[in-house]
Design a protein. Structure first.
Length: 276
């Protein structure tokens, strides 16, 4: 397993991510770039394929013994996940890319034994990079200011999808209202939702609609390194990666501050009794 000098690996991936920004933005700023669609109807652009090519070239050159799972080349049929692998989404939030909202990211994560070890998230249009080593959570993460504990007047800050809001999302918000939970809502695209949790700008990100492992693995590592986590709604266990049967994630709840874990999971447990 790749375990030594993770800080050096993170630095390499940060440099790689930043080097992609001009290439991606050249396409993004071209008013005539073309969009095609995959079999599942999701959009794909030249930026997706270029990012895939450049990231794959880097990873296979520097880490030839670690397989790469990328959205742009993945086939579920015959997929046999390794105990250690890279997982990549060259452009997460292609709809935001096409709509030119600026809220799209490039995601690179290393998975070991079903958990994200490290991750880098880059937002080219925002000129910003997030990175984290999940295994250093306890020793490196700074204590977060509690926004809910001991403060009944504090609002629960919820970040939700900008392009994929569902009827279950609406039902969850209604459930919180009926249980007198004061909330404020922000909308973001791509893995920027989880990065908002890592930045302590929101408390939770509930996701009831479909996502794939590459959509969130890198941001999950960043969040874990900052004292948060992502939990399956059905089991309340941490989210797992490298599942053999499906690359899709189950419904999940991402939490900014694990000091709030029990309160948040209690709310989710109450809601999910009627959902599952």
């Amino acid at each position: 397993m790749l375990s030594e000098n993770l800080e050096s690996i993170i630095s390499q991936l940060e440099e790689l991510t930043v080097s992609l920004f001009p290439e991606i933005l050249n396409i993004y700023e071209d008013k005539d770039f073309k969009t095609t669609h995959k079999k599942d109807g999701s959009p794909v652009t030249k930026a997706d394929m270029l990012g895939h090519k450049l990231i794959l070239k880097f990873l296979t050159k520097h880490y030839p013994n670690i397989p790469v799972v990328s959205e742009e080349s993945f086939e579920q049929k015959g997929y046999k996940p390794a105990k250690q692998f890279w997982i990549v989404d060259p452009i997460d939030g292609t709809k935001e890319f096409v709509n030119r909202s600026g809220e799209f990211t490039t995601n690179i994560a290393l998975i070991q034994n079903g958990s994200p070890v490290l991750g880098v998230v880059g937002a080219p249009a925002l000129n910003k990079v997030w990175s984290g080593i999940a295994t250093k959570q306890q020793s490196l993460a700074l204590p977060k200011k509690a926004t809910l504990a001991g403060n009944d007047n504090a609002k629960l800050k919820i970040v939700m999808s900008k392009s994929h809001r569902t009827v279950v999302d609406t039902a969850f918000l209604s459930y919180l209202d009926k249980n007198n939970v004061k909330i404020s809502i922000m909308s973001k695209g791509s893995s920027l939702k989880i990065c908002a949790l890592a930045d302590n700008k929101a408390d939770i990100y509930p996701r009831f609609g479909p996502t794939s492992e590459w959509d969130i693995a890198a941001a999950d590592a960043v969040l874990r390194s900052n004292g948060g986590g992502i939990f399956q709604i059905e089991t309340l266990e941490p989210l797992e990666y490298g599942k053999k049967d499906s690359i899709l994630n189950p419904m999940f709840i991402a939490i900014s501050n694990l000091n709030q874990k029990q309160r948040i999971l209690s709310l989710i447990r109450g809601f999910s009794k009627n959902l599952l």
